[in-house]
Each structure stands twice: as structure tokens, then as C-alpha cells.
Ligand binder design. Sequence first.
Ligand code: C2O
Ligand code: CU
Length: 562
Amino acid sequence: SKTQHFKWEVGYAFRSPDCVEGLVMGINGQFPGPTIRAEAGDTLHVELTNRLHTEGVVIHWHGIRQFGTPWADGTASVSQCAINPGETFVYRFKVDKAGTHFYHGHYGMQRSAGLYGSLIVDVAEGEKEPFDYDGEFSLLLSDWWHQSVHEQEVGLSSMPFRWIGEPQSLLINGRGQYTCSFASSFIVAGSNTTAGRGRQCQFLGHEECAPQILPVLPNRTYRLRLASATSLASLNFAVASHKLVVVEADGNYVQPFAVDDLDIYSGETYSVLLTTDQNPAANYFISAGVRGRQPNTTQALTILNYKPNPPFKPPPLPPPVTPRWDDFDRSKRFSLKIHALAGRSPKPPMKSNRQIVLLNTQNTVNGLLRWSINNISLALPATPYLGSIKFRLKHAFDGAPPPETFLANYDLMRPLANPNSTIGSRVYRLRLNSTVDVVLQNANAMKENVSEIHPWHLHGHDFWVLGYGEGRFVAAEAERHFNLEDPPLKNTAVVYPYGWTAIRFVADNPGAWAFHCHVEAHLHMGMGVVFAEGVDRVRGIPVEAIACGSTAKMRMASNDER
Ligand code: C2O
Ligand code: CU
């Protein structure tokens, strides 16, 4: 293994990701940011300089567990202070295992501004993947708004509330088409795409918003690495006429299974194998369309280009039709197909030491629309938890333990009778090396008959997905059906409308870790919690990570004493 050095500057730039010009947050002038390619065991050394004019910044390495370097997790207010304009922070950490990952901004809604990129970790030299392929492509999926993130942030915390709405475009590797479609000849009545805006795109290939074409040879197998950095959209990914064999989920091997399409939620990654066994005289559409919310966004499209056809040769067959957005049973069937690959991933402990049930509700706090977990809406403190817990700074956050569950008589199927909730900053303290079960319980939102999808992401750990269920989680009943045989290891798991999702993990990574809905607007509205374990064991927090808030004052006070 080796150490790879990067010098990155984060800054805004004028770009046209979907053929409409706007501001993107890029790295070294690139959008999406540069792809990092490493080998398991490598150390990454990223010197990140903030070239934004008036905002702080941090970058989270989504999927990397940060063993021994919790301060490099890149979560503002949790693992570090935001990096100020003009300042540089060094992220130095080990990529602990192979897999498809990504990185993204984790301060305010900077992921929505376009701060993201791919992070691909190959197996260490001498190791082998449990499958073969001839070539690969990485497809980083995202959604894009024409409204600035600042406008979005202010809208979400204004009265009256202003929702961000559905994205204008979906992007594949930062490219989408808002003003035209290159499948306009196929606009099918009844397909849930709003594809088309009529005009056929005429691309030469060098345009910023021209799709990145995937050139392939016939009768080969390709690995497609998919990662969803979307802010809001749940996506369905498909390649016309081709089967996809799922082999990896969130950086963990799964029992291979073939599908025609797959659902991917924000924060998830997959690898699928695709065999080019179709008529080689044609090109084929690759699509990603909205699921889980009533769509108002055109499918993202690109082309699987069988060589030697010209890259933009129009495919004779229409793009795949995205399954109906509210066919949740279909999504659940897909979730249930995912099993760990025998022999290639650890099994869960048979018992847990603690069970935390987290009720997800939409609430109001002083009239403002928020999301709450067990009736507390997360407001991140000014001092990062890692420092305030380590140095026992009592007033930096609310030290009371947050609730372990919610009221037994709570009606999950109705809007709350009393939607008033409170803002809070409490922390779930986990005993180091204990086994923790978390049940994410969904409920009705503020409107009648509305319950939304929430993909929850855990920092610092992988977890086993033990089961999904409908309605109220009843431990005695549900636990009998937990999958303890081959549950998939993941770092993001979806919670379906009116349902629950149960996960298990071992709290074996000293640090403070965010656990939250990966929908950017939901996290911004309070949909998250913080876990902390073994923080007293954390040694060597770099000064720059804690040079803000109460930890900064503490350091100044101790200097005065000298
Ligand atoms: Cu990819 Cu806390 O997020
Ligand atoms: Cu959510």
C-alpha cells in the first residue's frame, strides 16, 4: 500500500451541467470533482483549500469508516470545524477496504451545490474480487436545481416554508439535458418520464452537457459502478435490453442476482455486471428515472455504445421505462433480494446489547416545518461533537440522553395531533464494542395519507440490514423474522413509507458519528441523530479540526494560563 497526495481547491465556477448555465461548486475547476482511485490499505492525503469567497467547507468520504481518524470524516459540527475561506485542512486517512464509494460536501447543503466526486477502491494487490469483468465504468448519479443552494436553504427555514421542489435535471457524471432530449423521437404516452421538451439534442460530444457515452465491445462483461449523490431523488437505473447482475452494495459483496433495473437511493452505491450480448449493430439507452416521489424531472440518459458504431448513433429502441414512482412493493422486492455473499463478509452478532427505536416524523418547531427523531429535531452545535465530548465541554451541546423510543400509543397512520417539536443537539452515547440495534420507524407526515421515503446513512460503520416491515415495529414479532443468516452489510438503508427498517452494528470505532437521512433537505430540516463511542480513546485530533466554538476558547484559555 502507498500514500497518495492530492492538492484540492474548492471553488464556485460557471458551468452548464444540464445545458443551462449556473454556479457549481467544483474542485480544481472540475465538476464533478476529480475521481480518486486507490487500493485497499492506501493512505489518502488530501490538502483541501477553501477558495469559496464567503462560506466554510468540509468533505465527507462516504463509505470510508475512518478507523483511528474520526476527525477526517468531514462532517461539519460533528467531526470537525468548517474550513474557512483561504484556509487549508488536511484529510489524511486510510481506505480500509475495496469498494465503490464517493465523497461530498457535508456543510449546509453543499452537496446540492455540486460538491461531490467518485472514490473507487480496488482490492489490495494479490487479492481477487469474487467476480470477473473485462472493463468498468463509474456512474455518479445526482439531481440538479436551477435555484441556488442558498435560496434553497433560506426557503427551507422561512415562514411561510418554501419547499425546494423536484429537481430540474438528473445528472450522470455531472451531465444532463434540460433544454433538449436525445430521445425525443421516443416520447411514449404513459411513460412516467417528462422526457422530451420536444427538441432533439444535437451533440458533437464536447459540450459540457453532452452525456458521457459508454463505449463497449460485443460479448464482454463490464462492471458498472453506480453511486447516488442525489439530494432528493430516489432513482431507478436500467440499460435497455440488458440484464444487470448485482454484485456489490455500499462497498460490500452481495450474493449475485440478475435484474432488469435497480432502485438506488441517495447515499447508496452498487456494482452491477453487464454482458454485451445484444445485437452489436445497435446502441442502447442507459437511463435513470425518479422513483418514490411523484416525478417532474426528465429521465437522465446516456448511451451504451457498441463499438464500432458511432457514439451518438441513435438507438433504435426507446429508453427503458422507469417503473411507476409509487410502486413501493416493487422496490421492496428489490431490497429483499440483497444478501451478503457467503464467506466474503462477517456475520452479525446473534444478539444486541441495546435497541434504539427512532421515530421519523414531520413536525413544526415554533411554526416552522421540520423533521424530528423521537420528537427532537437535530440542530448542529457550533462546536464539533468530537472535540466537545473528548474535552468534556458541558455546555457545547445538550448533554441529556435522547429518547430510546417513542410513545406506545403514537398513531403512525395519522398526522400528529400536536405537531410541536423541539430543536436539540443530544447525543446517543454507545458503549465501545457493544452491539446496537436501531429501528427506523416511519410514520405519517404533516399531510393526511403522506409518508415519505428516507434513506438513512451511518458514518463510521457498516451495518447489517436485519429486516424491513410494514406499520409499527413490534419487537417480539419482528425479531423472529430478522435475517441473521446472510443480512447485507451496508452503510445506507431505506425506510419505506409507513414501514420500519432494522439495522445492527458494532460500535467499534471511537469517535462521534452522524446518522441521518441522506435527503439533503431533510437533514437540513433536522432529520438526523449523533452517535458517539469511545471518544476518550481518541488521540491526536489535529488542532485545525477543533479551532472553533468552545474547543477554540478552551485552547485559548489554556494558553493564557501558561
Ligand atoms: Cu453521504 Cu452524512 O453523508
Ligand atoms: Cu428523509
